[in-house]
Design a protein around this ligand. Structure first.
Ligand code: AMP
Ligand code: MG
Length: 400
């Protein structure tokens, strides 16, 4: 049997980073920058007013106060967006709005609240120091400065900055294109009637969501029956558009193991991994495209995704916290674990993440507990018993 660590390495070795691409900024959210971003211009790009008010020469209003306002003729009106160059003559004022370009010669802006707001001759009731309420060109960003580093993940604020700098594209590490395919002649799509012996397909939507949640771009292929030719046909239609194919079902020890039957001759490796759940696994390539074949039991499928695929998938996209946060918590009950297998039990971590209890039975078909668990308890191969109060390793599924 292959160890969990060995199979993790085998899977990680298959998943590769794509070449950087330039994407429209609106499509870049959540992706890692592939290169530094150097500011092509300064922010602000020109001296401008930080307030609605009046541009003045500060000396002209020295001594202004409530009792003795200084009266200045208003020579210009400068709304934001005015583009013609203006010069303020000493002894005059320009009415100016927030973000409007400061006329040359002006040395301060007096907020409208300290004036009578007039448009012909304004009464100014307070003094101003030179530079007051002026936003200087380049005080935020100077042209030529490196403002973002390669590897940084694009957030809404990053987008705000790059748009302000006039950039409409960013060079990013592209999302991995993942194709999810489920197999099983017993499977029927939710929303259609069931015949006896049939069940609703539940792995594809779950794994597609898990891959998407990990940052990938996901296509769900039509499910295949356990017919090898049908499986091969679906695979052939979708392999070309994927960086990674994930299948479920058809890899264990029974008859009609469609994935195994279709792929072992093509060199995909089918192995038993010393873990519970998720023992039957496969990994390899179809042409150049990596394929990871997960077991069909829903709990096995999702736990396998967590244990083998999520971290390398995120790493290949340059995303931080590729690995779920691992913590040690105090077990609240006695637990048994099979000898020789690494066990991943579903669990519930308490709010302060100090204590943990297992949640539901260890079997691999119990979706109900999986749905409301917030962590996995990882119990080592050589541990057969854990007593209440002992420390246990926990994968925190609620973050990362
Ligand atoms: P298999 O790995 O194909 O032998 O399937 C193991 C178990 O998981 C069987 O009980 C299947 O019916 C079930 N199963 C396999 N694939 C799916 C799926 N996509 N959705 C729900 N159950 C599945
Ligand atoms: Mg099956």
């Amino acid at each position: 049997m292959r160890s969990v660590d060995e199979h993790q390495r085998a899977v990680a070795g298959l998943i590769a980073r794509r070449e950087p691409v330039a994407v429209a900024i609106a499509d870049a959210l959540g992706l890692a920058l592939a290169e530094d971003v150097v500011a092509p211009l300064s922010l602000p790009g020109f001296d401008n007013s930080a307030m609605d008010g009046y541009a003045v020469v500060a000396e002209d209003i020295s001594g202004a106060c409530d009792q003795q306002p200084v009266m200045l003729p208003v020579a210009e009106d400068i709304p934001a967006g005015r583009t013609d160059p203006l010069t303020l003559k000493p002894g005059t004022a320009h009415r100016i709005m927030t973000g409007a370009p400061l006329p040359s010669g002006a040395t301060a802006v007096v907020p409208v609240e300290l004036t009578d707001g007039a448009t012909d001759t304004v009464a100014i009731r307070a003094t101003a120091t030179a530079g007051a309420h002026i936003r200087r060109a380049g005080e935020d960003v100077e042209a030529g400065t490196t403002v973002l580093r390669a590897g940084q993940v694009v957030t809404p604020a990053v987008l705000g900055l790059v748009a302000a700098l006039g950039l409409d594209e960013l060079k990013v590490v592209p999302r991995q294109r993942v194709v999810v395919m489920s197999t099983g002649s017993e499977l029927v799509a939710p929303g259609t009637p069931l015949k006896p012996g049939q069940i609703y397909e539940s792995n594809a939507v779950m794994l597609a969501a898990a891959a998407k949640d990990a940052g990938a771009q996901v296509t769900t292929a039509p499910m295949s029956s356990d017919d090898v030719d049908e499986f091969r046909a679906v695979l052939a239609r979708h392999a070309g558009e994927a960086d990674l194919i994930i299948t479920t079902g058809g890899v264990s020890a029974g008859a009609y193991e469609v994935v195994k039957d279709a792929l072992w001759a093509a060199g995909v490796e089918f192995v038993k991994v010393a873990m519970q759940p998720g023992m039957p696994q496969g990994a390899g390539r179809i042409g150049d495209t990596p394929i990871i074949t997960l077991p069909g039991n829903p709990v096995s499928a999702l736990v396998s995704f967590e244990v083998f695929i999520r971290a390398p998938l995120r790493e290949a996209m340059g995303l931080p916290q590729a690995q779920r946060p691992l913590l040690t918590a105090e077990l609240e009950e006695d637990l048994k674990s099979p000898r020789g297998k690494r066990q991943f039990r579903r669990g519930v971590l308490d709010a302060d993440k100090r204590a943990v209890s297992s949640y539901g039975p260890p079997a691999s078909h119990h979706l109900r507990w999986l749905a409301s668990a917030n962590c996995l308890l990882e119990i080592d191969e050589d541990v057969v018993e854990l007593t209440a109060g002992s420390p246990v390793r926990v994968w925190d599924l609620s973050s990362g």
